[in-house]
Design a protein around this ligand. Structure first.
Ligand SMILES: *[C@@H]1O[C@H](CO)[C@@H](O)[C@H](O)[C@H]1NC(C)=O
Ligand SMILES: *[C@@H]1O[C@H](CO)[C@@H](O)[C@H](O)[C@H]1NC(C)=O
Ligand SMILES: *[C@@H]1O[C@H](CO)[C@@H](O)[C@H](O)[C@H]1NC(C)=O
Ligand SMILES: *[C@@H]1O[C@H](CO)[C@@H](O)[C@H](O)[C@H]1NC(C)=O
Ligand SMILES: *[C@@H]1O[C@H](CO)[C@@H](O)[C@H](O)[C@H]1NC(C)=O
Ligand SMILES: *[C@@H]1O[C@H](CO)[C@@H](O)[C@H](O)[C@H]1NC(C)=O
Ligand SMILES: *[C@@H]1O[C@H](CO)[C@@H](O)[C@H](O)[C@H]1NC(C)=O
Ligand SMILES: *[C@@H]1O[C@H](CO)[C@@H](O)[C@H](O)[C@H]1NC(C)=O
Ligand SMILES: *[C@@H]1O[C@H](CO)[C@@H](O)[C@H](O)[C@H]1NC(C)=O
Ligand SMILES: *[C@@H]1O[C@H](CO)[C@@H](O)[C@H](O)[C@H]1NC(C)=O
Ligand SMILES: *[C@@H]1O[C@H](CO)[C@@H](O)[C@H](O)[C@H]1NC(C)=O
Ligand SMILES: *[C@@H]1O[C@H](CO)[C@@H](O)[C@H](O)[C@H]1NC(C)=O
Length: 458
């Protein structure tokens, strides 16, 4: 695979093309093609037992002891087995080492919730420091797994490569934590996010990384718990850059993400709609390639997002979608009320600061988007309803501007510039709901806007 090209996100004056290398540039992808075609069948076996049924073990096993491994090659070829396990308060250091894992996982839930089959499994209040190493897996396995309260992995200057399904790069659950820096990641299979948490929560901190995923369901970050990414270049060929399930926190700074399927970010609740999910992008760029892909997508969730000095580059011209919808375990399409009447609308507030954005915000079927522009932001686009009745609110501070591209119907409209001189209507009108208390300040105004459109109630 040829190296992919990107443009530096945070160099406003000197844009430069740079070639970024990830492990797919030197791995033998042809040899791994059949591995990458493997699927985990979630629907028929429902993932298998959700309590741990294996003893997590491997040829390099450290329980309640300190150990140091350097300049070695460690490997195993066995199903449901790790290469290296640190458990029960162990502290293990791995430097300048090649870790190679072959062998299949039997049950999705065992791998997901406990790290069965992970190349390196750090569990039960253990610590690992991993540096200058290569961790390669085939047949489907996490590269590095952290499990349990008090388990922490520090991994730096390391390459993570995988083929096969459910092979996340860094994977934390049971409240485990991973700090990664100076990493290069590639996964070829499906459901293989670069940096992932799982139930009940995993905490992932990544700085200075390149991440590249090829498969469906393989995001750059999958947040269940909290994800923090700083200085990360990520390309998800057949997935969003982020999946976030439930009331989770995702914070990205100085990142440049490109997404190829569904949306730039997909935030939802896989069970009952939760409230309190949050997403932040600062000094970043998010690009979506598909013609129907929004930059930010929300369903069955109450969430807030902040975009600070961030670019959204969409092929679709859609910045935000809020929908009464959901993604399923196939991770390749949205489904909602057609399949499950419990799926609820999304309620989203997005705060845009110091950003210039072009595109629409679209709410479907009972959903709402409250869109606010502040601190010298400017927006060219419209607010619209995708289906049914939905609610759209736009708020501007006096330093921000809005250029309309269609007539809009708003549940709420607030403008700190009461003369509306920060609006470029281009002949389009803003219609506001006269019954909404947020519009009381308009006192049923019916007036013209700069550029020939009108501000009036509906
Ligand atoms: C972690 O502790 C749990 C609970 O005692 C135990 O079932 C599990 O086998 C331990 N994991 C490892 C990797 O030792
Ligand atoms: C492991 O690495 C840490 C951090 O560099 C260091 O503090 C610790 O002494 C090392 N332990 C061993 C057993 O080498
Ligand atoms: C890891 O892989 C890279 C790229 O092939 C290589 O340059 C480096 O020497 C490898 N490191 C180890 C510890 O094997
Ligand atoms: C390992 O798993 C693979 C794929 O499920 C299976 O074909 C193979 O028989 C298993 N090997 C052993 C030793 O159980
Ligand atoms: C995770 O944290 C929760 C809340 O503190 C706790 O109840 C649970 O036992 C923890 N899980 C593990 C595997 O440590
Ligand atoms: C239907 O959606 C609800 C709410 O998201 C969820 O809890 C439930 O598991 C879903 N049912 C099925 C059969 O997927
Ligand atoms: C937007 O993304 C496309 C596809 O990657 C790219 O060709 C284009 O140059 C980008 N535009 C901007 C303004 O960055
Ligand atoms: C909106 O939700 C409906 C119902 O789940 C779904 O069919 C449709 O694909 C969704 N569209 C978008 C753009 O989210
Ligand atoms: C909207 O979603 C509800 C479920 O939340 C569903 O019953 C209804 O059919 C949907 N209607 C439209 C027009 O999308
Ligand atoms: C409209 O304003 C009300 C009252 O402040 C708020 O509760 C609601 O979420 C807002 N809706 C939108 C779409 O902005
Ligand atoms: C207008 O706002 C009122 C009060 O919030 C609400 O009950 C009504 O459904 C809104 N009308 C439309 C058409 O959205
Ligand atoms: C607002 O004023 C315009 C232009 O005078 C007029 O066409 C329109 O009917 C008025 N709308 C309302 C709600 O009064």
């Amino acid at each position: 695979m040829a190296p992919f090209l990107l443009v530096l996100a945070c160099a406003p004056l000197a844009l430069a093309s740079i070639t970024v290398v990830d492990p797919s540039d030197y791995a033998d992808l042809t040899a791994d093609a059949s591995d990458n075609a493997l699927q985990v069948d979630y629907t028929t076996d429902n993932g298998g037992p959700s309590d741990l049924i294996y003893k997590i073990t491997g040829p390099f096993y450290y329980a309640d002891e300190d150990a140091e491994v350097s300049h070695q090659t460690l490997s195993v070829d066995a199903n449901d087995t790790s290469v290296l396990v640190a458990t029960d308060g162990a502290v293990v250091n791995v430097s300048y080492t090649d870790v190679v894992k072959d062998g299949y996982l039997t049950w999705l839930n065992q791998a997901s919730f406990f790290g069965v089959n992970a190349a390196i499994n750090v569990a039960n209040a253990s610590t690992a420091y991993i540096d200058h190493s290569n961790i390669t897996v085939h047949n489907g396995a996490a590269n590095v797994y952290s499990y349990g309260t008090g388990s922490t992995v520090y991994v730096s200057h390391t390459d993570l490569y995988s083929s096969g399904p459910v092979s996340h790069g860094l994977y934390a659950s049971g409240n485990g934590t991973i700090y990664g820096s100076n990493l290069r990641h590639y996964s070829g299979g499906n459901r293989c996010s670069s940096f992932s948490g799982d139930n009940p929560a995993g905490y992932i901190h990544v700085t200075d990384a390149v991440a590249h995923t090829a498969g469906i369901g393989s995001a750059i970050f999958y947040t269940l718990g909290a994800s923090y990414g700083t200085d990360v270049v990520g390309r998800a060929e057949k997935a969003p850059s982020l999946f976030s399930d439930g009331a989770q926190t995702s914070v990205f700074e100085n990142v440049d993400f490109t997404a190829g399927l569904l949306a730039g970010t997909v935030m939802f609740s896989s069970s009952t709609r939760s409230s309190g999910a949050s997403l932040t992008f600062s000094n970043s760029r998010l690009t979506t390639l598909g013609e129907d892909m929004a930059a930010l997508w929300f369903g069955n969730l109450i969430a807030s997002a902040t975009l600070h000095a961030t670019e959204l580059n969409t092929t679709s011209g859609i910045l935000v979608i809020a929908n009464a919808s959901q993604i399923t375990q196939s991770f390749d399409h949205f489904v909602g009320w057609e399949e499950n009447s419990s799926i609820q609308p999304a309620q989203v507030s997005v705060s845009v600061i110091e950003s210039t954005l072009t595109g629409d915000i679209v709410a479907y079927n009972g959903s709402s988007i409250a869109w606010s522009l502040a601190e010298y932001s400017s927006w060219t686009g419209a607010a619209s309803v995708g289906r049914g009745t939905a609610y759209l609110g736009v708020a501007l501070d006096a330093t921000s501007t809005w250029t309309l591209t269609k007539n809009v119907y708003l549940q709420n409209f607030t403008n700190a510039d009461t003369t509306n001189s920060n609006i470029r209507s281009q002949g389009y009108s803003i219609y506001y709901n006269a019954s909404s208390s947020s519009n009381a300040w308009l006192k049923s105004t019916n007036t013209s806007l700069p550029g020939g459109g009108r501000l009036q109630s509906y």
